[in-house]
Each structure stands twice: as C-alpha cells, then as structure tokens.
Design a protein around this ligand. Structure first.
Ligand SMILES: NC(=O)c1ccc[n+]([C@@H]2O[C@H](COP(=O)([O-])OP(=O)(O)OC[C@H]3O[C@@H](n4cnc5c(N)ncnc54)[C@H](OP(=O)(O)O)[C@@H]3O)[C@@H](O)[C@H]2O)c1
Length: 277
C-alpha cells in the first residue's frame, strides 16, 4: 500500500508514540512532518529523521493525512486558522483528542472534510495500544486503511459502527490500563502483607499480569474458560474467586465503567459545539 504523507499537529506523548511506531514499522521518516510550539518535542521528532516546524499551516500543506494530537482544549484554536488550507487540500483528519466529536470537529473546520476519530490508550507508548476508530461518511476506503495502519503501528485498532460507541471504548480500553494498574497495586500490597518483599511481590505480579494477558491473547478459548481451567474444585484459586464473587467484583466493574462512560459523555458535551442532550 502506498504510504500517505502524514502531518502531526502536536508532537507530544501520543504523537511521538505514533510516529515512533510508524518508523519502527518501516514508514519512511521523509513522509512525516511534525508541528508543535515546543522545541523539545520537535527535537525528539527530528532525532528520528522527521521534518519539523512550528508552523501548523506549513506542516499540512503537503499532507494527505493530518493527525490532530493536541489537547482537546487546544483543538478549536488549531483548526480555525487551517480551514482554508484544509478545504483546498482535503486531507484526512485523524483526531485522537478525547471527547471532541465529529460534528464539533466539522464545526471548527468544515462539514465536508473527511474525519476519523480515534480513542487510543497509553500502552501505545510501548507499542501495545488498543484503539477504537470511527469514520465520517466522507472518508474513503484508502483513507480508512491509512488511518488503521497508523494505529496498528502501535497496537490493535478496531472500527466502530457508531460514534457513540467511543464512550464505551473510553470505558474499556481508554481508561482500562488504570484498572489493571489498580489490580496490580492491590496484589502487590496483599503479597507484601503476606510476607513477600516489595520487589518480589512486584516482579511476580507484573509478570503474572503480562502472562495472563499473553495467554488470553494466544488462546482459542475466552478468559472465562481460562479462569475455570485454573480454578479446580476444592483448590486454592477457587477460594480467591469465591471471595471476589462475594465482594461483587463484576458489578463493581460494571458500575465503575458506567461512571467512566458517563463522564466521557459529559466531557464531550462540555467540549463540544452541540450542548443539547
Ligand atoms: N496520553 C494518553 O493517554 C491519551 C489517550 C487517549 C487520547 N489522548 C489524546 O491525545 C491528545 C494528545 O495527548 P498527549 O498526552 O500526547 O498530550 P501532550 O503530550 O501534551 O501533547 C500535545 C502537544 O501539542 C502541543 N500543542 C499545543 N498547542 C499546539 C498548537 N496550537 N499547535 C501544535 N501543537 C500544539 C503541545 O505543546 P505545549 O506542551 O508546548 O503546549 C504538546 O507538545 C489529547 O487530545 C488527548 O486527549 C491521549
């Protein structure tokens, strides 16, 4: 597949994870340009052989794909002055900004522009990200493939049928790493209380989290079956699982993720041009 010329507007954490991943996957640095006011961020990009600029307009002048990687609050100020170039060049806009919906992005640029919205997550920084993507009707098949290959350079990317599903994606994978960090934190603390040193409890917990995720990914059965297989009746694991069940763990997850998705809806409303319910 022909590589699209890509401009990153914002060269911070997520952008550097993405362009770093792209280059590791064989993307030509000469096909990428990064724009950011911060000279430090630009220096990191330049170290990878990427062209850099502090001028967003210059960055998008030759791009087929423009990745909007600034904070949501900065996005309106970024898009408004680029409107004329965007209308003339009509690149694909790929926004990774949390909570800014396509209608709002179009209100800040133009409603005819092709836009893909994406919710990535922080493990993208170590090439183990999980992202949900949604495309506006103006996006072509070739542009969908380009957007997908950008996100797949740093992990897994899945397409969604409805933009509203990005709230659920936020609750599952966007915020999901924090749930696993909390579980690891709790396991390390419990291990230490049982007499392990901090470092031993930490090593065992982290490797167990990695091993369980890896097994679940490579197995042809789901996590529920894998759990049954390691919980023999009368055994030790069964006692732990029964205790989690008595504590209502699944309901706790449903409540926590529901609160997360609800906050995502509220933030989208606060950030957006459409304030209606
Ligand atoms: N990090 C995550 O886990 C995560 C997950 C999902 C989605 N996202 C989304 O990814 C986006 C970027 O997040 P991040 O964590 O990478 O933020 P970040 O590290 O702060 O990067 C944003 C960069 O944009 C630059 N910037 C600010 N105004 C700009 C402008 N007018 N033109 C060009 N660049 C400008 C910032 O420069 P200054 O620092 O000098 O202002 C900064 O270097 C956000 O919209 C966020 O919602 C992040």
């Amino acid at each position: 597949m022909k590589q699209a010329s890509v401009a990153f507007i914002g060269a911070g954490n997520m952008a550097s994870a993405l362009f770093g991943g792209l280059i590791r996957q064989g993307y030509a640095p000469s096909a990428i340009i990064a724009a950011d006011p911060s000279l430090d961020c630009l220096a990191r990009a330049a170290d990878l052989g990427i062209a850099t600029t502090q001028d967003n307009g210059a960055a998008i002048e030759f791009a087929e794909l423009v990745i909007l990687a600034v904070k949501p609050q900065a996005l309106q100020g970024v898009l408004a002055p680029l409107r004329d170039i965007l209308l003339r060049r009509r690149p694909l806009l790929l926004s990774i900004a949390a909570g800014v919906n396509i209608q709002t992005l179009q209100d800040w640029s133009d409603k005819s522009l092709p836009i893909v919205r994406c919710m990535p997550n922080t493990p993208a920084l170590v090439q183990a990200g999980a992202a949900g993507l949604f495309a506006s009707p103006q996006v072509s098949d070739w542009q969908r493939k380009q957007a997908q290959s950008i996100l797949e350079a740093v992990g897994t990317a899945v397409w969604l049928d409805h933009e509203e599903q990005l709230h659920a994606v936020t609750a599952v994978s966007g915020s999901g790493p924090a749930y696993f960090f909390l579980a690891m934190e709790a396991m390390i603390e419990a291990g230490v209380k049982m007499g392990l040193s901090q470092s031993v409890a930490e090593q065992l917990t982290l490797q167990t989290a990695f091993g369980a995720a890896s097994m679940a990914q490579h197995s042809d059965v789901g996590p529920a079956e894998l759990r049954h297989r390691v919980s023999s009746p009368g055994g030790t694991t069964e006692q732990a699982i029964l205790s989690f069940e008595r504590g209502g763990l699944k309901q706790l997850f449903a409540d926590a993720m529901g609160r997360c998705a609800q906050r995502s809806v509220e933030l989208a409303r606060e950030l957006g041009t459409d304030k209606s319910d």
